[in-house]
Design a protein around this ligand. Structure first.
Ligand code: CDP
Length: 235
């Protein structure tokens, strides 16, 4: 029988379902789930909270280097997958606010911010038995990952999922605004100079248009059992 992959990287554009898939896969395998997007969101939230000028790359980078971001098991049963703490404050929901959505890709485009956060991510990932989710995990953070999945979906489908997620939490949302924000974030993420969003050469691309979360999960689980699938093939 094939050995199960010890390090699994899941990358893909905004709202493609990476966190949902990563969480389910990690639970099924008994691995740690690590969503690297929360670290970029936490730095962005803190920079806004402190009133920093986000265009000031040096100041934002210094903040990323000095800030301890704590990811802990969920302390409340309110739909969260984990707690995010910064400066003795629970910011789990704060980092999901539209203001953070609008600014996170700028913060994530700074080379110094990426260096600081990637180093922490790599330390955690190299311990193994981990499912790490982000934009550059298979390409930069953990290029030695045993299984790399690039989870894609059309911008319309991703915006629809994000819209329904916000409504299901009792929030208010405008589909057209969400679609525009998703497209803007994709554009910045895939054209930045440092670690742009793109599939690794040996990633399996899964397009989840028309698939529900369970179908995507089953597809990914099958890849853990049959890792010999042709790299970079459309799964
Ligand atoms: O959940 P969603 O896909 O909307 O976003 P996220 O995974 O929370 O990531 C938020 C933002 O952080 C992304 O749009 C990227 O700009 C940045 N990010 C990154 O640059 N590299 C990562 N490994 C993870 C996130």
């Amino acid at each position: 029988m094939n050995k199960k992959p010890e390090i699994i990287a899941i990358d893909g554009p905004a709202a493609s379902g990476k966190s949902t898939l990563g969480r389910r896969l990690a639970d099924a395998l008994g691995y740690l789930f690590f969503d690297t997007g929360v670290m970029y969101r936490a730095v962005t939230w803190l920079a806004l909270h402190r009133g920093l000028n986000l265009a000031d790359e040096a100041a934002v980078t210094a903040l990323a280097e000095q800030t301890a971001i704590d990811v802990r098991p969920p302390s409340r049963d309110d739909g969260r997958m984990y707690d995010i703490w910064v400066d003795d404050r629970d910011i789990t929901w704060e980092i999901r606010k539209p203001e953070v959505d609008r600014n996170v890709s700028l913060v994530a485009s700074y080379g110094g911010v990426r260096r600081a956060l990637s180093a922490q991510q790599r330390r955690i990932g190299m311990r193994g038995r981990v499912v790490m989710v982000g934009r550059d995990i298979g390409t930069v953070v953990l290029p030695e990952a045993d299984l790399k999945i690039y989870l894609d979906a059309s911008a319309e489908e991703r915006a629809r999922r994000r819209y329904e997620e916000i409504l299901s939490r009792g929030g208010e949302a405008d589909y057209d605004q969400i679609l525009a924000a998703v497209r803007r974030r994709d554009e910045i993420d895939s054209t930045r100079d440092v670690a742009p969003l793109r599939p690794a050469a040996d990633a399996v691309i899964v397009n989840s248009d028309g698939m529900d979360a369970t179908q995507v999960f089953q597809r990914a689980l099958a890849l853990c059992v049959q890792p010999e699938e042709k790299p970079n093939g459309v799964a």
